[in-house]
Design a protein around this ligand. Structure first.
Ligand code: AHR
Length: 655
């Protein structure tokens, strides 16, 4: 019997439990190992908590198309975020009209009336919590305009501080009587995190405006209609192997009329059809399917789009009914053939030749080469009902027949157990689905208690994509405790990555003061990005991925389980990567044996993410204390290591 000193916490919390009992860890480095998915860690992107508009999508003008309405949010209307400006004796008014729209998809436009000869009348946009601009940087303004009456005059465009101080300006030519796009570049002189965009006309008469847009010149990879560079870079730094988009519940939508249709999101931005976001704001669709595919390509992530299974979210109208599960409706069967065709067209849009109808549209957007789509999700944690089943099968059969090269991912409900999970798996078994999407939001303790979950999964059945998962700690905060439990679970996913091919923490992004859901992986404001401790866990597993799992045994009689480990080989990099997770609130001695090893370096690179306090968070405005720290560790065929309290340690051994 091994000597052990164990102090069990009277409080019963993992972090307060102190252990000094050594763990014996043995890795069979010489074994052939088990082939696993090298793509285990990816990202789940959904436009909730202003992840897209006001977030990753770099557009700085809010409600640029005057399409906000009370349907988006009761206190919103078509003038939200806009104000009338009257200067230099200008007198006038601002109305939103729909008599002569720019196009049917943007039915409303602003009409400015300047009643004063010589005076300035205009519009001011407040942006999304202000407009953040930087000195020395350029900003691209564009607007669709039409002179309705009066003599035309050039339109002055100014970026101003909240107090009206000029930060940069440009002049657009006098609009004609026909809708046309006018654009200019503005050089900004002074940094301001709370600026405004102002457009002014000095001409008496009426001027119609629509799609008023302001983008930083520098977007991620300098893409036009692109993404906010700092935020996109933090995502890229995760080195995600895949990206699931565009959601989440946003995909199946709040009612049948709110299902997300990919075709509404491509083509010129002024022709895209914005819509109410299920998370109770407006989505412009400026960040649409083309931009998603391009972002995936830019960051080296396999695209994993998800389409609705012909049903809307079972929580539709939840705010009205306050009852779960009565909101699911199916598209009428008469509409299903067209819907199925839309799904097939999506595959053609991604992969079809430029000579195909939808491939040509991709090429017209600037990407003649295929995007290399391999995966397609059908459904998002839907309630598994006959209505769902019938529609899912129609879509699945059509995709399978026309595109056998595409791996379809089915859905098994919102929880890792229960009737939707069971019934979803029944469908998966009957239809022999290649993969299913499981969701799992649970406590840190649940993850520690379920490290063996996938060990017993039947390897002959569908593969698993853990499409949404996160540990919910007290108050749903992104604590070190939650992050470490996720690290422990990731060791279990690695061990089972012969069947669990993908896993994505959810959700990815949330804007400060607009958070619809907690916790999230990355928080941001208009000027700052705050990766959580959980972000570092995902990143450490993503960049330290493997293609082979090496047999790893843990001899640890301590209860509850607070130690986990996994070991993978990355053949391309020629490296063996060991991950050790200590969920206890005190250090843990570990005796590590690398069995069968022939050649070893004297030291290995170790990266440690740890902190003494399991409640620690890397929060707004406070120093980010829990970050990965890299050093070197002396190693041999059998060596001792002390895993710090609340820690993830990644050991990279290059034999
Ligand atoms: O990740 C947030 C939400 O959680 C997703 O939209 C939904 O699929 C799940 O319930």
């Amino acid at each position: 019997m091994r000597a052990s000193i164990r102090t069990l916490s009277l409080l019963g919390s993992l972090s307060a439990t102190a252990f000094a009992q050594p763990v014996a860890l043995k890795v069979d480095v010489a074994a052939p190992g088990k082939t696993i998915s090298p793509d285990l860690v990816g990202i789940f992107y959904e436009d909730l908590s202003h992840a897209a508009d006001g977030g990753l999508y770099a557009e700085l003008v809010q409600n640029r198309d005057f399409e906000y309405s009370t349907a988006d949010r009761s206190e919103w209307n078509a003038q939200t975020s806009w104000q009338l400006v009257q200067r230099d004796g200008g007198r006038g008014s601002f109305a939103v009209e729909d008599s002569t729209p720019l196009n049917a998809n943007t039915p409303h436009c602003a009409v400015l009336t300047n009643e004063s000869p010589g005076g300035q009348v205009g519009l001011l946009n407040e942006g999304f919590d202000g407009i953040a601009v930087k000195a020395g940087e350029n900003y691209d303004v564009s607007v669709f305009a039409r002179r309705v009456s009066g003599t035309g005059s050039p339109v002055a465009v100014r970026i101003e501080s909240k107090a009206g101080v000029l930060l940069g300006e440009a002049t657009l030519p006098a609009p004609t009587g026909i809708w046309a796009k006018y654009a200019a570049r503005i050089a900004v002189r002074t940094t301001d995190s709370d600026a405004r965009l102002v457009l002014l006309t000095g001409a008496q008469g009426k001027l119609a405006l629509d799609m008023v847009s302001l983008f930083p010149e520098k977007t991620f990879r300098n893409r036009p209609n692109g993404l906010r560079a700092d935020l996109a870079q933090v995502i890229a730094d995760l080195k995600p192997k895949f990206m699931r988009f565009p959601g989440g519940c946003l995909v199946h939508g709040d009612g049948l009329d709110n299902i997300y249709h990919w075709k509404d999101t491509i083509g010129p931005v002024e022709q895209r059809k914005g819509q109410r976001n299920i998370w109770r704001y407006h989505q412009s669709k400026g960040l649409g399917y083309f931009e998603y595919f391009q972002f995936c390509e830019d960051i080296g992530a396999k695209p994993v789009p998800v389409v609705a299974a012909g049903v809307c979210c079972q929580n539709s109208n939840f705010l009205v009914t306050h009852r779960y599960g009565i909101g699911q409706l199916g598209l009428p069967m008469t509409q299903m053939p067209a819907y199925v065709q839309d799904v097939l067209d999506l595959i053609e849009y991604a992969n079809g030749p430029v000579t195909s109808t939808w491939g040509a549209k991709r090429a017209a957007a600037g990407h003649p080469a295929p995007f290399g789509l391999q995966y397609l999700g059908i459904g998002n944690e839907d309630q598994i009902t006959p209505v769902f089943r019938e529609r899912f099968k129609m879509i699945y059969d059509a995709v399978k027949t026309k595109h056998p090269e595409i791996t379809v991912i089915g859905t098994v409900g919102p929880n890792p157990a229960g009737s939707d999970y069971d019934n979803g798996w029944k469908i998966a078994d009957e239809l022999h689905l290649p993969m299913v999407d499981e969701h799992c939001y649970k406590s840190p303790q649940w993850f520690w208690e379920n490290l063996r979950r996938y060990d017993s999964y039947d390897r002959s059945k569908s593969k698993v994509y853990l499409g949404e998962w996160a540990a919910f700690d007290d108050k749903r905060r992104s604590t070190l405790r939650s992050a470490i439990s996720e690290a422990a679970y990731l060791t279990a996913l690695e061990r089972n990555a012969d069947i669990v091919c993908f896993a994505s923490y959810a959700p990815l992004l949330a804007k400060r003061d607009h958070t619809d859901w907690s916790p999230n992986l990355i928080y941001f404001t208009n000027t700052e990005v705050f990766p959580t401790i959980n972000y570092h866990v995902q990143q450490l597993f993503s960049v330290n991925n493997g293609d082979t799992y090496l047999p790893t045994t843990i001899d640890d009689s301590a209860t509850p389980v607070t130690f986990a480990a996994s070991c993978v080989k990355n053949s391309a990099q020629g490296v063996v990567i060991l991950k050790l997770v200590n969920g206890a609130g005190s250090p843990r001695p570990v005796r590590i044996e690398l069995a069968g090893v022939k050649k070893l370096p004297a030291t290995a690179e170790i990266t440690v993410l740890a902190g003494p306090d399991g409640n620690a968070v890397n929060d707004y405005g406070s120093p980010r204390t829990v970050i990965p720290r890299v050093s070197r560790l002396p190693i041999s065929a059998a060596f001792d290591y002390e895993a710090p309290a609340n820690s993830l340690t990644v050991v990279r051994i290059t034999p």
